[in-house]
Write a protein that binds this ligand. Structure first.
Ligand code: LLP
Length: 433
């Protein structure tokens, strides 16, 4: 469920016409619905209510300070993957004590920073990392809380670039090695074995892989808990969202339709996983990113030109793969709708950006309403891994971001100034003569 709907002929975010936002803030523009963010968090929080639990929002999906503050205010923790992200948590008003630090390449500096800030746990991904954390903690006269990330070698049935829980992937520690690593880590004086973690992949649309992975690691987790007095277990993030039909799924009636039956919801997740997790008697952490913010954001773009070549109808827009890379990188589907409903038969169209790459497209051969220069389109479900993966490729400034709550809206990030793109660069002195 989300709050992007047509009211009359106009697309609205909550109670605000998106066209009004475009007029005020320009395009390309990311628009986030605060209510959608909050409700997704709350739904998951409620589904996990029978357990002692903590949701750590995987902020890599969307690290806008307003979005993060929304979640921090609801009691969310954060899953961070760099010292920069931890600094962002603090800037957003989040609590480092509710943060877990994941990632395969933590540097000494990052470990030191996180230790000084008192994070909840390092999710460690290799044995040398444990040795390094122990060393830094010794120097700081601290004990570092850690959880080993188990790679359970389970197929997640998602896109290859976002599968993480098989032995083809660089992530975690192989299931068979985990017990011996806990044993060796337990001898390190500055390591506090606090939990166990895993994460098998992203955009999972069925509960089976989660269930399979949890069932596989459960006996091991119970054994480690008994031996080392662990406090928590995290089955990670990865809950998928609806990309198609993204708009229909914002309609309460759609959730009663046959199509909605197969959707992975927090309730389905809880119904299948809680009975497995509850007997563990551990605190349960979760690290969802996409589920919380994915359907809560759209990218709005202006049609600049329409061009018909021998074969195709190209709709050329002012957003491009630097603003939203998911279609180019993962062949991802984002529903595309005009901000103002159009009449007439759909035309098979490619919506493309202005970057000099053939991969710079948002959709191919998709039946879309006929649009022309000056029309606006919304790319739906762009709240996760949208702005977060944006770049300055082709010297294109980063888009602006707006947060909507009811009938209010605020600029959550102003459009980047073009000069800011090269503000950190200098011309080598010998070139200046
Ligand atoms: N925990 C760990 C250890 C992760 O690696 C990830 C995502 C998450 C949690 C959050 O996963 P989520 O709940 O959002 O599925 N850029 C890609 C997705 C990359 C996911 C990376 N790791 C995309 O746009 O589809």
């Amino acid at each position: 469920m989300h709050y992007f709907r047509f009211s009359g002929s106009q697309l609205h975010c909550e109670d605000v016409a998106v066209a009004d936002l475009v007029e005020k803030y320009g395009t390309p523009l990311y628009v986030y619905s605060q209510r959608t963010v909050a409700e997704h968090f709350q739904k998951l929080d409620q589904a996990l209510a029978p357990l002692d639990h903590l949701i750590c929002f995987a902020m890599k999906a969307n690290s806008n300070l307003s979005v993060m503050r929304t979640l921090a205010n609801l009691g969310s923790g954060f899953d961070v993957v760099s010292a920069g992200e931890l600094e962002r948590v603090i800037a957003a008003g989040g609590d480092p004590k509710k943060c877990v630090f994941a990632g395969v390449a933590k540097t000494e500096k990052e470990i030191e920073y996180a230790l000084r800030r008192g994070i909840y746990s390092f999710n460690v991904e290799s044995e040398p990392e444990i040795v390094r954390i122990n060393e830094v903690a010794r120097r700081l006269k601290k004990r570092a809380p850690i959880a080993v990330r188990i790679n359970p070698n389970v197929e997640a049935h998602t896109h290859a670039k976002i599968t993480t829980g098989t032995y083809e992937n660089k992530f975690g520690i192989a299931f068979e090695q985990v017990e011996a690593i806990y044993e060796r880590a337990s001898k390190l004086k500055h390591i506090w074995l606090r939990g166990v973690q895993m994460h098998i992949g992203s955009q999972l649309t069925s509960v089976e892989p989660f269930e399979q992975a949890v069932k596989k690691v459960l006996p091991l987790v119970a054994k480690l808990k008994a031996k080392y007095n662990l406090e928590f277990f995290s089955p990670g993030g990865g809950l998928g969202i609806i990309y198609n039909p993204a708009l229909a799924s914002g309609d309460p009636a759609w959730w009663k339709s046959a199509a909605a039956k197969d959707i992975l919801t927090p309730d389905t997740y809880a119904a299948r996983l809680l009975p497995l997790l509850q007997p563990l008697g551990l605190r349960i952490l979760m690290e969802p990113g996409r589920f919380i913010v994915g359907n809560a954001g759209i990218l709005v773009t202006r049609v600049e030109y329409v061009k018909r070549t021998g074969k195709k109808n190209f709709v050329i827009v002012d957003a491009a793969m630097n603003d939203l890379i998911r279609p180019a990188f993962y062949d991802a589907y984002h529903e595309i709708v005009p901000l103002a409903k159009k009449k007439g038969a759909p035309v098979s169209s490619d919506v493309v950006g202005g970057i000099c790459e053939s991969g710079d497209y948002f959709c191919k051969d998709r039946p879309l309403p006929r649009v022309g220069e000056g029309d606006y389109l919304a790319l739906l479900s762009a709240g996760a891994y949208g702005f977060a993966m944006a770049s300055n490729y082709n010297a294109r400034p980063l888009a602006a971001e707006v947060l909507v709550k009811g009938n209010r809206h605020a600029l959550a990030r102003r459009r980047q100034a073009v000069k800011a793109i090269w503000a950190d660069e200098t011309v080598a002195p010998w070139l200046k003569q």
